[in-house]
Ligand binder design. Sequence first.
Ligand code: PEP
Length: 252
Amino acid sequence: MRRPLVAGNWKMNGSRSQATALIDGILQGISEENSIEVVICPPFVLIPLAAECLAVGNGLILGAQNLSSQSAGAYTGEVSATMLTDYGCKYAIVGHSERRALYGENDAVVAQKFGVAIENNLTPILCVGETLAQREADETEKTVNDQLDAVLQQHGIEAMVKTVVAYEPVWAIGTGRTATPQQAQAVHHFIRNKLAVGDKNVAANIRLLYGGSVKASNAADLFNESDIDGGLIGGASLDANEFIEICRAAVH
Ligand code: PEP
């Protein structure tokens, strides 16, 4: 039985006061008894504040949006895995399409970051997904397959035991255009089947999230699909009530 997971990716949004209000709002709507895991991924500079807000143990889990591919040293502007775990981060988003498209993170870099996360006990939320051009060229499965292979070839199927994969079609991120539940389920099913070739147990237990314009109004239909175990939420994670509704939609 896979425990559903909903993760909020705040991206580059929020001030100290907005973050405090957002966390307070979310905490009012979720409780520690929740049968799902709820993760927030604030910008790096808000992680210490978020860690303080969550210190009392209230069912919210802290994650990061990114991490350095290096462990420590002369890497100006970078943030290491151990800096994140020091603040209690349990998850790190790896290979988000905005990092791939805007910051030149290719499959090799993504695989390196993935490895650093695993080594440091941070669960990677590995993002994969096709662009609109790739979908229209009928290359969705090939794209997702290649993105997964880049990580699997370096780290093996064993690394997937402690990994979450987020299928995020690039054309659905921040666009208001969501994949239909059937479109999302088809790709999730493809991912689970692919992983099953390496190890059936790993495939059966890994959590696969959908991301791309998830809102309170469409979350339940997406999360009801058999291979969708929750969501990676961008814009809608900045509104406490909307995010809480999305979390509730993931409870089965
Ligand atoms: C994301 O950034 O991972 C994302 C899914 O964004 P949005 O929900 O805004 O489409």
